[in-house]
Design a binder for this molecule. Structure first.
Ligand code: TRP
Length: 448
């Protein structure tokens, strides 16, 4: 066994840690709410299981075969005349865009653990003013928690794959699962639970919007962390001899289950309090805290558990954003891991400060252009442009460019010839077309 590589279970927890994040607990419930539940959830499930998982397997395949940083991996797999594919390694730049708004949100969550423990807002109006003043006025509070978030993230990465990433995920992921299980048990006996179930699973054709399909497909990519060489990079630190299909399936199922469980918990609590979903991004930071307050002391306990779970989910994802760039600097540029981590972190940290300031009243006009502030731009550029491009690169590279023998030999023993053909068809045809449609739609070139 290579000394600085993940164990099988370590890899599964770390990759699941990357996948399970704000996307599952914060974003999924509110976009499911906005898009009417039912149909949205079904399209999302279908996309995750077929297209998402295929690309996920593609990234794990590339990484675990080459055991190198992303740039070297593309180089290794390219036929000799097509070395320019190594530039696909640019996708680790996507990380800059993701982390610079993701880490800001991690800061809010850290702050909300404290809010939950000390002073929950008494009603929705008050909750809204608490959240808005954090975002727009309390610049130093925000910077304080953001800095804290960055220190945790950078420290973990500086300790390396085994002592940093694997150890963090070995502790945080099981704890996260236990907290969510307890919250689920609590939710099941609430009045709102059956309503939550039917909201999420009964396909309500009236609410069917064709645009919802696109949102569901886009989210399927975001939630699995695919299309930005993160999963590829983690897989590069995976020991040989692991059944990569089974590992990928386990991770995808964990990610999906956690999104569904988070949705059930949040909607049960919301419906029991007579609130409606569909109020957008403020669901977790505005509506939910007010509902927790109404529940009295049990609400405080639930609120703390909820925000701690959210913090754990988000930190394990944020950590995985830094790893591709750091691994590249270590492997290709011969930098020491600590130095690589701190150089990358300082740059990401400073960019993130501008993102943070773009939400504040004092700086928003300075940092807003083309109708979006920097925070929204980074979210948009990463989710609507860079991630889909990364997804297409992986699908096309695995499906057409690299030697087909590699994929065949790696996959057929586990899934057989027929399923392998299905997988290849998804990589070659279904995934690139689906991703292209999502991208064009999000950029407003076409509209569904
Ligand atoms: N999957 C993460 C979530 O659901 C978000 C994410 C997308 C991500 N791409 C990533 C996280 C790359 C880390 C690395 O919240």
């Amino acid at each position: 066994m290579h000394k600085n590589r993940f164990t099988r279970i370590g890899f599964i927890l770390a990759a699941a840690g990357s996948a399970v994040g704000l996307g599952n607990i914060w974003k999924f419930p509110y976009i499911a709410g906005e898009n009417g539940g039912g149909v949205f959830v079904l399209v999302y499930l279908a996309t995750v299981l077929f297209i998402g998982m295929s690309i996920f397997i593609g990234e794990v395949l590339l990484g675990s075969y080459a055991h190198k940083d992303a740039v070297t991996t593309f180089e290794t797999h390219s036929p000799s005349k097509k070395k320019y594919w190594k530039f696909s390694g640019f996708t680790f730049l996507t990380g800059v865009f993701i982390l610079s708004f993701y880490a800001v949100v991690v800061g809010w969550i850290f702050n909300y653990v404290v809010v939950a423990a000390t002073a929950l807002p008494a009603n929705v109006q008050e909750a809204e003013s608490v959240f808005m003043s954090l975002l727009q006025k309390d610049v130093w509070t925000q910077i304080f928690y953001y800095t804290l978030a960055f220190i945790v993230i950078a420290y973990t990465i500086s300790r390396g794959v085994k002592k940093g990433i694997e150890k963090l995920n070995n502790i945080l992921m099981p704890t996260l699962i236990i907290i969510l299980a307890v919250l689920l048990i609590y939710s099941v006996q609430l009045d709102g639970f059956t309503q939550a179930l039917s909201f999420m699973f009964s396909p309500n054709i009236d609410k069917f919007k064709s645009g919802s399909i696109i949102v569901a497909v886009g989210h399927a990519f975001f939630t699995l962390s695919i299309g930005m060489v993160t999963i590829l990079t983690y897989a590069a630190s995976l020991d040989k001899g692991v059944n990569i299909v089974k590992a990928s399936l386990t991770i995808v199922i964990m990610d999906t289950l956690i999104a569904i469980v988070a949705g059930l918990i949040i909607f049960s609590i919301l419906f029991s309090a007579g609130q409606e979903p569909g109020k957008g991004a403020g669901l977790v930071f505005i509506t939910l805290p007010a509902v927790f307050y109404e529940m009295g002391s049990i609400g405080t306990v639930l609120a703390i558990a909820f925000f701690v779970a959210l913090a754990f989910a988000a930190v394990t994802s944020a950590v995985s954003v830094l790893e591709p760039t750091v691994m590249y600097l270590v492997e290709r540029r011969g930098m020491k891991r600590k130095k690589a981590t701190y150089s990358v972190s300082v740059i990401f940290y400073i960019i993130g400060i501008f993102t943070l300031l773009s939400n504040t009243t004092a700086f928003s006009s300075l940092l807003t252009f083309g109708g979006k502030n920097l925070f929204d731009w980074f979210d948009f550029i990463s989710a609507a442009i860079l991630m889909p491009i990364g997804g297409i690169i992986v699908a096309v590279f695995v499906g057409y460019i690299m030697d087909q023998k590699v994929a065949r030999e790696a996959l057929v023993p586990y899934i057989g010839e027929n399923l392998y053909k299905v997988w290849l068809f998804i990589m070659r045809v279904v995934a690139p077309i689906a991703v292209l449609l999502v991208m064009l739609n999000e950029m407003g070139v076409i509209s569904f």
